[in-house]
Design a protein around this ligand. Structure first.
Ligand code: SAM
Length: 297
């Protein structure tokens, strides 16, 4: 992986998503998280010669790569630069009122993780930004500067399920008195120092949960997910399927509850579909993936 072509993202559970979506020629599908276009490409191939995909993404860089990679599909692909939470408005802008399926592949792409400068990863030192859409107003650094110790602790606990949240928040507030916390390395070091060695998790970086929590907060990820799950039934035709790939338990819980708790959805996957061992071996990002599918009643 690197900063070369940006084509390095390996899509997760593609066969399973396409299998459940049942893409059919002549129909219209939405990819709410176009990214580098892996899932969209498979849907376009399966719906040849005249199926259409409307791909949402709010990251300009991802859109540029997807546009290039999927150029051969011509106007069968439309790209909308918007938050997928604004699904209905975005589709209306394309003159589309009803679609035959919807895919969401949540989280960050390898492109976002690998581009130094976006600040998603503690692997490289970079400004603490974390906005997937550079039009969003507040970066992670600004959030850290603005919130109180209590608010930061709640954020780490609620969005990162971080049990050391109070310790970390206290240490951050102490640190920012002498110097603003503006880089990924600074943050990772502060977190590492805040948590006693015996509580460092054995299998992941000690700052993983804090980085996840900040990313969720900066991009309002859970709010967006709740909104799209509520809006989708208004555009999905009866029988249309919605496939959602989640990467942590907070997202998965929201999807599970929305599918089970609405009369508009019939659950297709009682248990989430997980990647096999082989997929996880070749694509570590698949490790925590879960696919849930529901059908519009
Ligand atoms: C994991 S990647 C998708 C990868 C894609 N399925 C593929 O196979 O190449 C997630 C993408 O969704 C975008 N994204 C995340 N949240 C979004 C939102 N609320 N609205 C629009 N795009 C979003 C990110 O910018 C990122 O490009």
């Amino acid at each position: 992986m690197g900063e070369g072509t940006g084509d390095e993202h390996v899509s997760v559970l593609v066969d399973e998503v396409v299998g459940h979506l049942q893409p059919t020629p002549g129909r219209i599908y939405v990819d709410g998280t176009l990214g580098l276009g892996g899932h969209a490409q498979r849907i376009l191939e399966a719906t040849a010669p005249d199926g259409r995909v409307i791909g949402f993404d709010w990251d300009e860089e991802a859109i540029a790569v997807a546009r290039r990679r999927l150029a051969s599909f011509g106007d069968r692909l439309r790209i909308v630069r918007a938050n997928y939470a604004d699904l209905v408005a975005g589709l209306a802008g394309e003159g589309v009122m009803a679609v035959h399926g919807l895919v969401l592949d949540l989280g960050v792409s390898s492109l976002q993780l690998d581009r130094a400068g976006r600040g998603f990863s503690f692997q490289a030192d970079a400004p603490l930004d974390m906005r997937m859409d550079l039009r969003l107003r507040e970066t992670a650094a600004q959030l850290i500067a603005r919130l109180s110790a209590e608010e930061l602790a709640d954020l780490f606990y609620n969005f990162g399920e971080e049990r050391q949240s109070r310790r970390i928040a206290a240490r951050l507030v102490e640190a920012r008195k002498s110097q603003p916390v503006t880089t990924t390395r600074q943050l990772a070091e502060i977190v590492a120092r805040a948590i006693p060695r015996r509580f460092h998790p054995p299998k992941m970086h000690v700052a993983t949960r804090v980085f996840q929590a900040l990313r969720i907060a900066v991009n309002r990820e859970l709010n967006n997910l709740v909104k799209v799950l509520a809006e989708a039934p208004t555009v999905l035709v009866p029988g249309a399927r919605m496939c959602v790939l989640t990467f942590h338990s907070l997202e998965d819980r929201i999807v599970k509850q929305a599918f089970a708790g609405s009369r508009d959805y019939k659950v297709v996957t009682r248990k989430p579909v997980l990647p096999g061992r082989q997929e996880v071996l070749v694509n570590p990002r698949a490790r925590s993936a879960k696919l849930r599918v529901a059908e519009r009643v």
